[in-house]
Design a protein around this ligand. Structure first.
Ligand code: AMO
Length: 435
């Protein structure tokens, strides 16, 4: 055989009929009915049938019936039109090579009818990912990230990559992974927050990053990961947070639209995606509290929304005809130190929610260094720990703001996936560190 593969299953056309072609992939199934053996071979695009007749090719037949499911093989053979076979053709093998033999039994089935536990699937993620419907999630993920680059670049944002090993916790909280950095103590970045803000002092007025968030949150929920990804955006010379919200809603719309164009994958997942209307509804935090209290929630002014309240609000907003909505003007006390206050007790902040799940949050930031130090102290943090960040504010820092947009949270909502672990290849949660 000159090559292991010159055709994918679904790329074979009538022009290939009667010709020798080479295909390769995983053995999804084998059937031996005595005189004939069938292999269902799976590749990246789909499946095809290999048909071996015992009397014509006894040696190949012997090898084929001995092979285990999920082994990797390459087959060269005649591509023959066949109305009975899937795709309308079959391969009659002339050469056959086993590239890798799969051990038995398999730790996880690929086409089995029985549903496996999520943990078993994640323990064997490389096999789980052989399933078309799991691959479809990640193909859609690729498409929506492509639309992030397309949209933000069309708006003149510059893509950046900021450090993940940092000296100060980026969100000010305690949920931070510590590590030894030679003689010093360091942290894994909870987000690119501090660096994307420092970049606003450089003249790169609009930046974005496809970022990793590392968060040592103890809770093990269906919507939290300890390592997740996000689209982080920061832009300078803004007058208020509304300018940022416009970018965010257009971004979310473009991502949603791009996903709706992934017809093949959506068909595999049996999902339909309808486009939301722009602009998204804006609801002030005060009104949110009132709406929730009216529906029986005990939430008090000044508290952050818990899961239950978020879910209830999702329902209320859905009834009012809004799948996507912004919650704006949060109390300053429940927002991070870098958030711009407004009047006495509010802030220029927002969260973007969809169906009861928050998938982005952002704000205008404080750009005055004295006010920033005051807020750092008010949040029980020490300005000394933020010296290199604060330095970026001392020599000319324009007004600015931005947001962080959780990619896995967005995928969950987009595809109606109940557990966030399904939306990242190799999830890290409170108990999972492998694979
Ligand atoms: P925040 O902490 O709200 O804001 O995070 C922004 C978005 O990131 C996602 N996210 C997570 N997804 C999964 N698991 C987690 N543990 C997790 N934590 C966060 C959510 C969330 O809405 N620096 C600010 C953003 C900014 O103001 O620019 C920040 O990190 O979708």
């Amino acid at each position: 055989m000159e090559t292991y593969r010159n055709r994918y299953s679904l790329d074979v056309t009538e022009d290939d009929y009667g010709k020798l072609i080479t295909v390769a992939g995983w053995v999804e199934d084998i059937r031996n009915i005595g005189s004939i053996a069938f292999i269902i071979l799976r590749d990246r695009k789909g499946t095809l049938q290999v048909t071996a007749l015992k009397k014509n090719e006894p040696e190949i037949f012997k090898k084929i019936v001995a092979i285990s499911r999920e082994s990797v093989i390459s087959v060269q053979g005649l591509c023959k039109k066949s109305d009975k076979a899937r795709n309308g053709y079959e391969i009659i093998p002339q050469e056959f090579e086993v590239l890798s033999t799969a051990e038995t039994p398999l730790p996880l089935g690929v086409v089995d009818k029985v549903e496996s536990e999520l943990d078993t699937r994640l323990d064997n993620r490389f096999i789980d990912l052989r399933k078309q419907e799991i691959q479809a999630i990640f193909k859609i993920r690729t498409a929506i990230i492509a639309s992030v680059h397309d949209y933000l670049r069309s708006e003149n944002f510059v893509e950046v990559h900021t450090p993940n090993i940092i000296a100060t916790s980026s969100e000010g909280g305690t949920d931070v992974f510590k590590l030894k950095y030679f003689e010093k103590e360091a942290f894994l970045a909870q987000s690119p927050q501090l660096y994307k803000q420092i970049l606003m002092a450089t003249g790169l007025d609009k930046v974005y990053e496809i970022a990793w968030y590392f968060r040592a949150e103890e809770h093990n929920t269906r919507r939290h990961l300890n390592e997740s990804t996000a689209v982080d955006v920061e832009m300078a010379f803004i007058k208020n947070e509304e300018e940022i919200m416009k970018i965010l809603e257009n971004l979310a719309y473009n991502m949603w639209k791009k996903a709706s164009e992934c017809k093949e994958e959506l068909e595999i997942l049996c999902k339909e995606i309808s486009l939301p209307n722009l602009p998204f509804k804006r609801v002030k935090y005060d009104d949110v509290i009132k709406k929730l209290n009216d529906e029986g929630s005990k939430i008090a002014w000044g508290e952050d929304l818990g899961n239950e309240d978020e879910r209830l609000l999702g329902k209320i907003m859905e009834d009012e005809g809004h799948t996507f909505y912004f919650i704006t003007k949060y109390p300053i006390e429940i927002k991070p130190f870098y958030t711009m206050p407004e009047e006495e007790k509010y802030s220029r902040s927002f969260d973007l929610e969809c169906g009861g799940i928050e998938f982005a949050s952002g704000s205008q930031r404080i750009h005055n260094v004295e006010l920033l130090k005051k807020r750092i102290k008010a949040c029980d943090l020490n300005p000394k720990d933020f010296e290199s960040y604060l330095k970026g504010f001392r020599y000319g820092m324009p007004p600015h703001g931005g947001f962080g947009f959780g990619i896995e949270r967005f995928l969950m909502e987009l595809l109606n996936i109940t557990n966030i672990r399904e939306c990242i290849l190799f999830p890290r949660d409170r108990t999972r560190l492998t694979p």
